[in-house]
Design a binder for this molecule. Structure first.
Ligand code: MG
Length: 258
């Protein structure tokens, strides 16, 4: 592969810039389809199944991080921002966790490995091929008993919302933790859908990735406006996944109730 040959001659900063340029080309495709367009998601699954220890979530995470750094960059939350997510899940000890934007299942493995006994994570992904990749990776990590991937979006006219209610036990105040890492224009609308359905309770934690890059200005403005009223937010300054050049922002917001 020509790209691989070029990458192998670069230093670390050059590799990061090359990877970012290749990603920029793929992001247009990604916005519409949920995949970069070069088969890297399926390649990531094959790499994990071949190289990570079965039943070991830590091995699966390290293997995905290595794939993203040395083969093809993945739009996972990554290992740096992943520590912010880990700390929030550890503090919250959620019994029911909703994730929007499964992609390859990286953050589902991160959160799933930290859940207390009997807790569940439901992860919603709009691309069915990504959902299959994620299910294989989650199964390899040994977390299929507590992590479920649902194909859909909260903005599909009520279909997925109904599915979460009837098939996954979503009910008033049941959702204790939310991770938003999907279509950036949908963060605020989907949060409002959760509120309208009464799924959150005072104390529910919502973590939002990519608030600076690609950026979610309406969601950031909403959380700043609601600070101390219906939400209390910590803004974590960090970097875009798998590189140290671009800065990103992760929001960790506690719901205070209406
Ligand atoms: Mg992200």
């Amino acid at each position: 592969m020509a790209g691989r040959t070029i990458v192998s001659t670069l230093n670390d900063r050059g590799r990061q810039l090359y990877s970012m340029a290749r990603m920029a080309l793929g992001m247009r495709n990604f916005t519409h389809t949920g995949q970069i367009g070069d088969g890297r998601e399926a390649a990531a699954r094959d790499y994990v199944l071949a190289n990570a220890t079965a039943g070991d979530p830590e091995s699966v995470l390290v293997t995905i991080d290595r794939f993203a750094r040395t083969r093809s960059m993945l739009v996972n939350v990554g290992d740096e921002k992943g520590l912010i997510l880990d700390a929030a899940v550890r503090r919250a000890q959620p019994r029911l966790l909703l994730e929007l934007g499964t992609y390859c299942g990286y953050s589902a493995v991160r959160s799933g490995r930290l859940l207390p006994a009997g807790a569940r994570l439901v992860s919603v992904e709009f691309n069915a091929a990504n959902a299959d990749v994620a299910r294989a990776i989650i199964a390899h990590a040994g977390l299929s008993d507590r992590v479920t991937v649902v194909v859909g979006t909260l903005g599909d006219g009520g279909k997925t919302v109904q599915k979460l209610i009837t098939e996954h036990g979503f009910s008033s105040g049941s959702v204790e933790f939310v991770f938003l890492d999907h279509a950036k224009e949908a963060y605020l609308a989907d949060l409002k859908t959760m509120l309208e359905n009464g799924w959150l309770h005072p104390g529910t934690i919502v973590v939002a990735d990519n608030v600076k890059v690609p950026g979610v200005p309406d969601y950031l403005a909403y959380m700043r406006r609601e600070e101390g009223r219906t939400w209390r937010t910590v803004e974590h300054k960090t970097h875009v996944e798998y590189q140290s050049i671009l800065k990103d922002l992760v929001l960790e917001s506690e719901y205070l109730g209406e």
